[in-house]
Design a protein around this ligand. Structure first.
Ligand SMILES: C[S@@+](CC[C@H](N)C(=O)[O-])C[C@H]1O[C@@H](n2cnc3c(N)ncnc32)[C@H](O)[C@@H]1O
Length: 335
């Protein structure tokens, strides 16, 4: 047994002489800001900090969203000893310059105040076209025709209405219960923790909005890390074909370092149970990528979608989607 481990096992029985040190009293403020590696290092220094680190680790596994969503999204791992996945949380897409360097996680002191769940959605007083028509997507469920179109518009910055407007369905964060489970082969996976009806909004794919140059450079690094060992990147490229048919708008969203629960959605070769939709909010330059249920999803079912077309490449990752039409290889984005 190494010296530090011996020291640690002795702590279990002993009273911590540092218990009343002023720094220990600041631990609740400081430790939630630490990365898992920093937390592990600090937990080796004394019994009190070791106990506090354990508490923080448990609290982190209760909610991936760091209290930034209306509902907690817990991690469950029956496969190995990872209690949670570490990333910074952003409920909606952000610019890299807005991405925090650090964010507290694991203490109720930092819980963000969010709108209450199930808040009733009022009518809208603004006079934008969509609202005058009763809200293009004001209902809780979308019809399949709308889903197949792949593009929808919502009220936004340039409207006078607020977040409670019926035509801002995708802007209020999570409204369905989700959980994150660990799978031996696929890593973390996002699951429904309640029945989700066909057409219901599930979540946005949030992350850092990158220029194509930055996306290409990050993808190269991610590919190298993936080849070297266990690493999951979450960089997605969305192409919107503009009405002229001649141009295409490209949106690069990277949820690897900063993102939301959608970064845990795995690929399924059969198209999965989620449809993607580009949502344009009036006044916003770029659309947001949102997921809607493409069929009724039972409680306890994994949420999946198709990452795109399979392209033959030598180092494609193995696909474990388990669908009868599985191609055996994950689609890869040529950034
Ligand atoms: C956006 S992340 C999804 C969450 C990821 N499983 C994790 O642990 O963070 C994409 C990565 O998940 C893994 N993945 C997604 N779908 C998969 C599948 N059908 N089979 C195997 N691995 C998959 C691959 O490593 C892929 O690069």
């Amino acid at each position: 047994m190494c010296e530090q481990a011996k020291k640690k096992s002795n702590w279990e029985e002993e009273e911590d002489p540092n218990k009343h040190h002023p720094l220990i009293h600041c631990a609740e403020l400081i430790l939630p800001w630490l990365t898992p590696q920093e937390l592990a290092c600090i937990s080796l220094t004394c019994k009190s900090l070791s106990q506090f680190s354990k508490k923080i680790t448990i609290q982190r596994s209760f909610d991936a969203s760091r209290s930034l969503e209306n509902l907690p999204v817990p991690f469950h791992n029956a496969v190995d000893h990872r209690p949670y996945a570490f990333f910074l949380y952003a409920p909606s897409q952000i610019l890299p310059s807005q991405s925090p360097q650090r964010q507290p996680w694991g203490s109720s002191r930092f819980a963000a105040s969010m709108c209450p769940v199930g808040e009733s959605v009022s009518g809208c007083d603004c006079d934008c076209e969509a609202c005058e028509q009763g809200g293009a997507s004001g209902c809780e469920l979308l019809g399949l025709d709308e889903l197949e179109m792949g593009i929808m518009s919502e009220c936004g910055l340039s409207c006078e209405c607020g977040l409670d407007c019926r035509n801002r369905l995708t802007q209020r964060g999570l409204s369905v219960k989700l959980k994150i489970l660990r799978d031996e082969k696929k890593g973390w996976c996002l699951y429904a923790d309640q029945l989700i009806r066909q057409g219901q909004f599930v979540c946005e794919y949030a992350g850092e909005l990158l220029t194509t140059k930055e996306a290409r450079s990050r993808q190269q690094i991610y590919d190298e890390l993936t080849c070297a060992g266990q690493f999951s990147s979450a960089l997605i490229v969305v192409r919107e074909h503009l009405p002229s048919g001649k141009a295409c708008l490209r949106v690069n969203i990277d949820a690897t370092r900063t993102g939301n629960v959608a970064r845990f959605i795995n690929h399924s070769c059969d198209g999965g149970n989620l449809s993607t939709m580009l949502v344009r909010s009036s006044g916003a330059l770029l659309p947001r990528l949102c997921f809607f249920a493409s069929k009724d999803i039972k409680e306890g079912e994994e949420l999946t979608f198709s990452y795109g077309e399979i392209r033959v490449r030598s180092k494609g990752l193995q696909c474990f989607c388990g669908s009868p039409c599985c191609f055996g290889i994950l689609p890869s984005e040529h950034t």
